[in-house]
Design a protein around this ligand. Sequence first.
Ligand code: GP9
Ligand code: MN
Length: 639
Amino acid sequence: MGSTISEGKFKKVVRDFILFILRNLDYGIFIALFMVKVYIFAKYTGLVFVKPTMIMVSIGSALLLSFWILLLPRTYKLIFLMVLNVFITIVVISDVIYFRYFYDIITVPVLFQAGQASDLWDSIFNLFRIGDLLIFVDLLITIPLGIYIVYKVRNSKVRSKFTPRLVLSALAFVIGYIAFTTPVNHYVTQYGKNLFINNWSNVSVYNVVGLLGFHAHDSYKYLQDNVLNKKVITAAQEEFVEKWFQKHQELQKQKTDYFGVAKDKNVFIFQAEAFQNFVIGKSVNGQEITPNLNDLMKESMYFENFHHQVAQGRTSDAEFLSNVSLYPVSTGSVYIRFAGNEFNSLPMVLKNHDYTSIAFHSYEPSFWNRYAMYKNIGIDEFVSKEDFTPGEVVGWTLGDEGLLSQAIDKLVKVDGNFYAFVVGLSSHHPFTIAEKYKTLKLGSYEGTDFGNYLQSLHYVDYAIGQTIKKLKQEGLWNETVFVIYGDHDSGTLKSTEGMTELLGINEGELSYAQITREVPLFIHLPDNQGAGVYSQVGGQIDLTPTLMHFLGIEVNGEYFMGENLLNEKNRLTVFRDLSFTDGEVYYDSSLDGIFENGVCYDVNRNNKIDVKQCEKKYEQAMQQLEISDNVIFGNLIKK
Ligand code: GP9
Ligand code: MN
């Protein structure tokens, strides 16, 4: 008798259990469909999927998104699962199509950028592939079936118990949490949090947190910038900014003998990767590191006290400084955080003078969000990785020689004047280039990071030499203002030992601070006008006003913070960390941001002086950064 009872009990437990599983089959199907969809996304875009961490974060994020649905009674559960499935389907299909066009994942700012989005939706039809049907074909079954079941069970008396639902939901949450956070934490301990603070590329974030994780992170960032930490610019601040620029524009309008000496000439800028100034004119083991630039010095203006002013946005900050003439923001990259803002820019000014602007960079167009930002600042065409004819790879991608040469091939075909903005990459960390280009004999530096850095710069210098030759052959040399500068230091260079040894300096000295911030600037004007070495201090922010001066274009209400480099009076070059120099003093700020803890140097005597002597200019430097931030955070140019 007893055994029959327990047998009956057992049967009931088993039956209940099976019923419970069956009742939650919809949830299982939902998770499976989610996995299939993100897999299709990865497959169609060529991004990562089949690696254990990606599978873990994907399952984890799906569970975290949906665990709460398990708490709901059957009909509601089904309805919400269907809604969520439709939502995910829309996200995946949009991402697939967007990626096909932009090689990037959709971000919140993109959704709000009406201009860009409408361009996208225009071509959506063309970008749709028959295979995309796979992403939403399940809806044809799941929706009618779901509705049918909801309809069927809506009046059923059978009520599922709350406790098992709670347990299952909690279980989904815990598993989801562990599955998601384990690989992410692993990444953070290995590489740090930087990727999430300063997300230089959406794809890199995706690679760590998956598609859903990416969208969650992106939405959070957007919310932070635009709601939670939104900087409020008061009317008084706005007025102050406006007054400041009015006064500044008067200064920018002052003429020198060079005003208009390159009127109606083309502009060709080459922004060289991680190119520091200390190599110019230097030799190692009796070999010149930059023989071509050393030659160029004889025919062009060379600014020996020119500086990069970048912050976390690195290359993109350098581009922003030189094309937009505002300071970068202190965290992240303006290119990514504020790509939807309105800006004044060199290409926009030139557009008013009928120039065609083309940017060249042989890398993924989504890196640093360039495809969006270039468009926003008035660059007509962006020639990126896929658009180049495959050629010799040096470092990460097509070498600078091929890049520059293909750029010229395209530019000779431009009708009318051009503005070319070419961004190099060959000398990017880790400075590994093909053996055949390592032509310097480096002795003790051979094979070290520093040695490889020198070899890379030597190659880039060679590419520059070839470019000058080609521009001459094409008859462009004297029809063009040719500009070369470095984007930033070789920051990721682990050991600076080689550099300090080669130059005979020590960390903590003024020259050390100077050297890490100095990049070369060469400006070749038609017919070698003004050739010589210039000592006034300046930075990337000064490029646009300087070039406008040569081209004979007066500032016309634009918010450019830089100054014409040829204006020698009252110069002040400010760095994002609040270090600065005016050519007389050099202030090196301290990490804690406390003024007194920084170091003040006398530039001419090359020694430390009382920090108080840097105080007045410090206030001015701070004001400049504040004005720039207010313009960017308050989108004041639009106003
Ligand atoms: C990639 C390149 C690298 O497109 O600009 O940027 P960086 O790492 O130097 O900022
Ligand atoms: Mn760079």
